[in-house]
Design a protein around this ligand. Structure first.
Ligand SMILES: Nc1ncnc2c1ncn2[C@@H]1O[C@H](COP(=O)(O)OP(=O)(O)O)[C@@H](O)[C@H]1O
Ligand SMILES: [Mg+2]
Length: 368
């Protein structure tokens, strides 16, 4: 997937800007606060309907403006052209139009423009709370597997409904007690499918991860495993098996769940465990090791997307080189040369063959 052109209006600090990247590696350089992250953020909006740095749309609206508009053109490997027009106003919220038709719900757009990101705050994937790792996992699978995305959306809905019922039961509104086994069944079916897909994904993802990690940081041996709130499961645990395990667990923990008014078992409570030489990375690793682990995760995600979709995803890499020594940077460039189109930001220019450099200040003054 290639971005041919991105146009920004009133998006963060860009009142009007056009960016036309080339194939291969694009490096955008400029001082802090000049708008490099914002430029990547706009592309991410067009690819995945939201930002990877900002948490909400209104934050991206330029101060004192009443709308923002992003217009991008992408070209897929099969040469089909995709134009994405994303607009936002406070009154009408967000609207996304792809090739002249409006997309609703937004989840329909996920997977159309595969995209990977790197940004320093994403270090929380490696050392933060389990929810951060689940988000990484779900993002990676959703972009390549529509059934998983639909299951996940349905799971969240049913989970909320079941939790609402637990709350009613907690408050002694026993009238609805017969509803619980029905919710258990629906939730267990979705949970089993989600967990099964995640475990299969990790096996296949890990092969690629190990290879990339070895290429970049050969000395250590990494590991990734899935920690299920069900206890011990592995790739040989079938969907039916998982379903039965969930049903049994809901039955066994019913009293505690009503007391806590929460569903205590399921994919929303699971975690990924990252290891280096057998030790859990978030407990023992240095800042440098955490960071390189994250880079390898993202590059492996790229490889997984390519192998699954036959399409190289767009790489949006924010400040990927900061705090890395020059030999690591050179190694990363070697990998990026095989990654299709990447758009990288940095506070300084980089001397390397095969990269096209853009000054953000120049882009900001150019009118087209
Ligand atoms: N909604 C907004 N409206 C106007 N300016 C904004 C908005 N959000 C952020 N900014 C400003 O945009 C500038 C560029 O931010 P950023 O893209 O993060 O820069 P860089 O990545 O180059 O350091 C910052 O000075 C920031 O304060
Ligand atoms: Mg930045």
């Amino acid at each position: 997937m290639k971005l041919q052109r991105a146009q920004y209006q009133n998006f963060r600090n860009h009142s009007f800007l056009t960016f036309e990247p080339v194939d291969g590696i694009n490096l955008i350089h400029g001082r802090n606060g000049s708008g490099k992250t914002s430029l990547l953020e706009g592309i991410h909006y067009c690819a995945l309907t939201r930002g990877f740095v900002s948490t909400n749309d209104s934050e991206c609206l330029a101060f004192k403006k009443d709308y923002f508009l992003l217009e991008s053109t992408f070209l897929s490997e099969t040469e089909s052209l995709l134009t994405v027009k994303l607009s936002y106003t406070k009154e009408k919220e967000k609207q996304i139009i792809v090739n002249n038709s409006e997309i609703k719900p937004f989840s329909r757009h996920i997977g159309t423009i595969p995209c990977i990101t790197f940004s320093p705050p994403e270090i929380v994937i490696v050392n933060g709370a389990p929810g951060e790792r689940r988000r990484f996992l779900d993002n990676a699978i959703c972009q390549t597997n529509r059934r998983y995305l639909n299951d996940l959306l349905a799971y969240r809905r049913v989970l909320n409904q079941r939790n609402a019922l637990l709350l009613q039961l907690h408050d002694n509104q026993t009238v609805h007690k017969e509803m619980l086994p029905l919710w258990n069944e629906t939730l267990a079916r979705l949970a089993a499918s989600i967990v099964h897909t995640r475990v299969q994904f990790i096996t296949s993802f890990f092969d690629r991860f190990k290879e990339i990690y070895g290429q970049l940081f050969a000395e250590e041996s990494p590991g990734i495993s899935y920690r299920s709130s069900l206890g011990k499961i592995d790739t040989s645990t079938s969907v039916d098996n998982l379903y039965s395990l969930f049903i049994r667990r809901y039955e066994d923990t019913q009293r505690r769940e009503i007391f806590r008014t929460q569903t205590l078992t399921g994919p929303h409570r699971d975690d990924l465990i990252f290891l280096l030489n057998g030790n859990e990375i978030k407990k023992y690793a240095s800042q440098g090791q955490l960071r390189t682990f994250l880079i390898a995760l993202k590059l492996a995600q790229h490889r997984f997307f390519y192998d699954t979709l036959g399409e190289k995803p767009l790489c949006l890499l924010d400040d990927i080189f900061s705090e890395l020594d020059s030999s690591r940077i050179a190694d990363i460039f070697v990998i990026l040369e095989t990654c299709g189109q990447s758009i990288i930001t940095s506070t300084e220019k980089k001397g390397h063959n095969n990269i096209t450099q853009f000054s953000i200040e120049y882009l900001k003054t150019k009118v087209s």
